[in-house]
Design a protein around this ligand. Structure first.
Ligand SMILES: *[C@@H]1O[C@H](CO)[C@@H](O)[C@H](O)[C@H]1NC(C)=O
Ligand SMILES: *[C@@H]1O[C@H](CO)[C@@H](O)[C@H](O)[C@H]1NC(C)=O
Length: 508
């Protein structure tokens, strides 16, 4: 989802009443960033509080390449990383992930081995359908075992865009309950397989008087974009808008449940996204990054600036805006702080505790780093952003129609060759020029002043940086989701091909 996709962020159709109300009752962060312009590294950063370059969610297979966890990936979240749900256990929290995990799908990376108590969702993106011969369909898990596969038990109709997944993620649906009762249960015992996802998890923890962490990681706005029938065709923005509306409606249901249970004032809720809208899918399946340049896959603002809303009635003052530079990694540190826990002290944590910003309007100077692979592409400090490298994608890809910046050619900035600016960075003032179109003049006092601060922040960062083992270098078709745990019970095990480790190919 992109910065410009919510009504409260200026989306012209104003189709997100629940998120807009969440903002009106809470605080908006207009300068909030993902940790990477791509899903897996950003999510790994959220759960570890550390940049992908530290936690290993990057590749060195090419210069400045984005990488993620397709089903042939061999790597995943390293055992040494401490994840938020693991740490929250120390304060008695129950944790659930609903939706996309994306931190590795091999058995050792299973979310229930990494601190989550419950999971409903899948390890990879909902791409497909596949033929189950060259590639298996992606499994959907309930806790330890798969309960079906996308395009099989969990249909996504690519023609109409219909899928019931967002409904399953938020509440028990008639469709799923009917299917489970109707003779072809997707799990062993139908009764146990009724999805009791976000809402039910909250109800159960409330009844048990247990503190909880719900990571509601839905993916309806990721291509192939989907929505359930009641939402299809209801948006002025097409199918992508239908998906946004359904997510908005679901957020509304989660917030109302917190109110109904009278735990709203004891529950901290944060809404954001893991990367900017994928303009490559625009306009039919892609969203809006508002006034920002380009989208997902790029280190321009459109690739990493995210919508961000915090809601904590009675604690975070209503209707406020914080100009704190924030990051998804801050949710790690802030959540630990809320639970009365300190972040691990034996490693560098990039996340900041945002409570002083949220509760007392305090602003902390901090840099934002934009990486592609292990290449530092850009950095922001205060209002200034410096680009050390510019690249969208190769001419070769671009000529094939792959465009991460459709309709936005900024000469010398949105380049199709990798341009090295490390000697003389391009510097933009993001307040006056959020679209990164007018680089500051190299000779100006403002340029020299801005660059001095940025150079210092980058030097401090790089001098102490110890990159993690890159996890996204090796691929192997044999590790795909052929026979996930639980497949025997469903008769859904497939035979893996011969093991052939290869360098993953990351074109951009
Ligand atoms: C979604 O659920 C409805 C019933 O509520 C059902 O008729 C429909 O077939 C389901 N669609 C998909 C794609 O699963
Ligand atoms: C963008 O504009 C520049 C200068 O006009 C031009 O050289 C370049 O080819 C354009 N790029 C694209 C992708 O059209």
């Amino acid at each position: 989802m992109g910065w410009g996709d919510l009504g409260v962020y200026g989306e012209p159709s104003r189709e997100t009443p629940n998120l807009d109300r969440m903002a009106a009752e809470g605080m908006l962060f207009p300068n909030f960033y993902s940790a990477n312009p791509l899903c897996s590294p950003s999510r790994a950063a959220l759960l570890t509080g550390r940049l992908p370059i530290r936690n290993g969610f990057y590749t060195t297979n090419g210069h400045a390449r984005n990488a993620y966890t397709p089903q042939e990936i061999v790597g995943g979240i390293p055992a040494e990383e401490r994840l938020l749900p693991e740490l929250l256990k120390g304060a008695g929290y129950a944790s659930k992930i609903v939706g996309k995990w994306h931190l590795g799908h091999r058995p050792q990376f299973h979310p229930l081995k990494r601190g989550f108590d419950e999971w409903f969702g899948s390890p990879n993106c909902h791409f497909g359908p596949y033929d189950n011969r060259a590639r298996p369909n992606i499994p959907v898990y309930r806790d330890w075992e798969m309960v079906g596969r996308y395009y099989e038990e969990f249909p996504i109709n690519l023609k109409t865009g219909e899928a019931n997944l967002t409904q399953v993620y938020v509440q028990v649906t008639d469709a799923w309950a009917g299917r489970a009762r109707g003779g072809r249960p997707p799990g062993r015992q139908a009764g146990q397989c009724l999805p009791q996802e976000a809402l039910d998890f909250v109800r159960r923890q409330h009844a048990a008087r247990r503190p909880f962490f719900l990571y509601w990681a839905v993916d309806a706005t990721h291509a192939p974009v989907y929505a359930s029938r009641p939402f299809l065709g209801t948006s002025r923005r097409g199918r992508y808008g239908d998906a946004v509306r359904e997510i908005d409606d679901s957020v509304g249901k989660i917030l109302s449940l917190l109110r109904d249970l009278r735990i709203a004032e004891d529950t901290f809720v944060f809404f954001t996204s893991d990367n900017g809208a994928a303009l490559i899918s625009a306009p039919k399946q892609g969203g809006s990054n508002g006034p920002f340049l380009c989208g997902k896959q790029t280190t321009f603002e459109g690739g990493m600036r995210e919508p961000a809303i915090v809601w904590w009635p009675g604690r975070v003052p209503a209707g406020q805006v914080s100009h704190q530079l924030g990051s998804v990694m801050d949710l790690f540190t802030t959540s630990l702080s809320l639970a009365g826990l300190a972040p691990p002290s034996d490693r560098v944590i990039d996340g900041l505790d945002l409570l002083p910003a949220m509760l007392w309007g305090q602003l902390t100077d901090r840099p934002v780093f934009y990486y592609r692979g292990n290449t530092l592409m850009a950095a922001t400090l205060g209002q200034y952003k410096a680009h050390f490298w510019t690249w969208t994608n190769s001419w070769e890809e671009f000529r094939q129609g792959i465009d991460f910046c459709p309709g936005q050619n900024v000469s010398g900035v949105t380049t199709h060759t990798q341009e090295d600016h490390t000697e003389l960075p391009l510097v933009f003032h993001l307040g006056r020029d959020p679209g990164e179109r007018f680089p500051l003049s190299f000779a100006s006092p403002e340029y020299l002043h801005a660059l001095r601060g940025l150079t210092l922040a980058v030097r401090q960062h790089q001098e102490t940086l110890v990159p993690g083992q890159p996890q996204l270098n090796v691929c192997n078709r044999a590790v795909m989701n052929w026979a996930p745990p639980g497949c025997e019970k469903l008769g859904k095990c497939l035979t893996p091909p011969e093991s052939v480790p290869e360098k993953c190919s990351w074109p951009h």
